[in-house]
Design a protein around this ligand. Structure first.
Ligand SMILES: Cc1cc2nc3c(=O)[nH]c(=O)nc-3n(C[C@H](O)[C@H](O)[C@H](O)COP(=O)(O)O)c2cc1C
Length: 182
């Protein structure tokens, strides 16, 4: 099988819940033929792989109404690729997880989309109607999942994991189309 698209997921997770979502997005990406999907915690980023990626998916928990400081430190470090236009015209997407069903997740998604715009990237929204258990929190800009104050093995639950897998598939398919037309 020839690999025709490289996609990276970069996420921060203080307590493991956003990591569950990141893993499911990566599984969805990797399920699409011809896609190599890489997963990086912000503590363990391979910048060469990010620079070589056709698409980058950003993931941050919502802390105090915005992206976590751990993710923001990564975002600030992307000033280096910004200076060289290294991520211009890559695709981008984003997800956040938080404790409330809303909990101001929209602010985090807007931040992730703004980061992508600063880099000159093209943003892929979720494109899933909030119905039949899917997109249960009703976010459209990106994926907004929810977990209770318990173990990441318990929540986020199956519906959110399904959304995360499906979002990975969508991002992978969009990236293949974008790359084929480039
Ligand atoms: C410092 C801090 C701030 C938080 N702020 C919010 C918030 O603004 N909205 C919300 O819904 N949940 C908030 N939470 C709950 C987290 O979003 C929730 O526990 C999430 O699952 C944490 O993800 P993680 O395990 O990947 O770190 C906060 C948690 C922490 C530790």
């Amino acid at each position: 099988m020839s690999t025709n698209a490289l996609i990276s997921v970069v996420y921060h997770s203080g307590y493991g819940h956003t990591a569950v979502v990141a893993n499911k997005v990566q599984e969805g990406l990797a399920s699409v033929e011809g896609v190599e999907a890489r997963l990086f915690s912000v503590d363990d980023v391979d910048w060469d792989v990010l620079n070589a990626s056709d698409a980058i998916v950003f993931g941050a928990p919502t802390y105090m109404g915005g992206p976590s400081a751990g993710f923001k430190a990564f975002a600030d470090a992307t000033a280096k690729p910004w200076f060289g236009d290294a991520w211009k015209d890559k695709l981008a997407a984003g997800f956040t997880n938080s404790g409330s069903n809303a909990g101001d997740k929209q602010v985090t998604l807007q931040y992730l989309a703004t980061l992508a715009a600063q880099q000159g990237m093209l943003w892929i929204p979720l494109a899933v109607k909030s119905a039949n258990g899917l997109n249960r929190n009703g976010y459209y800009l990106g994926l907004g999942t929810q977990s209770d104050n318990d173990s990441p093995e318990v929540t986020p639950g199956d519906a959110d994991k399904t959304d995360a897998f499906n979002f990975g598939v969508r991002i992978a398919q969009a990236t293949k189309r974008w790359k084929a037309g480039a």
